[in-house]
Design a protein around this ligand. Structure first.
Ligand SMILES: [Cu+2]
Length: 183
């Protein structure tokens, strides 16, 4: 739309000036099994936030409202069993579809956007129930989703898959808060 506006303005020189393309906010999450959980339960799956190449806690993820967000989830974990097909549905993403780029497990979905993946292709989800958002995450993949929040507030994020027992309810592992702030 912005390009069309810019083009028609250029052609005519009489219409309104082109509108600047909205800035996209990029957030990168990294998922891996982390042996540091303790409590004698072995390695647990963990979401971290990648900021300038440094992994930071996902206990409180900060995102802007009223801003196009590109969410990139780099998953270095295997599939979770059991998972169900409803957990594989894309919810709340702009356009209703998500790109699943498999990396090193030999399968190829390429970069075709999908509105769901089957249960046996599920590793985790990134789910914000109060915002109607659920992004399924496939094993060993780079998942790209686009989000847009039209309100501010503090919400709860979680992984929907039964993936980590204690980690599921531990902030900074498989759950935490999302603070959606004014842009
Ligand atoms: Cu999980």
């Amino acid at each position: 739309m912005a390009f069309v506006a810019a083009y028609s303005w250029h052609q005519s020189q009489t219409g309104p000036a082109p509108v600047a393309v909205a800035k996209v906010y990029r957030v990168e999450l990294f998922v891996s099994d982390d042996a540091g959980f303790g409590q004698g339960v072995g390695a647990q799956p963990r979401y971290s936030v990648l900021v300038d190449g440094v992994l930071q806690s996902s206990a409180n993820i900060s995102l802007p409202a009223f801003t196009p967000i590109e969410l990139i989830i780099v998953n270095n974990d295997t599939r979770t069993n059991p998972a169900s097909d409803d957990m594989g549905a894309v919810d709340g993403a702009v356009g209703g579809k998500v790109v699943f780029n498999y990396t090193n497990d030999g399968r190829t979905y390429g970069s075709v956007p999908l509105s769901s993946v089957p249960a046996d292709q599920l590793s985790h989800t990134f789910t914000i129930p109060q915002l109607g958002v659920s992004i399924p995450v496939t094993p060993f993949s780079v998942v790209v989703a686009h989000l847009y929040f039209d309100k501010t507030g503090t919400f709860y994020w979680m992984c929907w898959c039964p993936c980590g027992y204690e980690a599921m309810v531990t902030p900074g592992w498989m759950s935490g808060q999302v603070t959606v702030h004014a842009p």
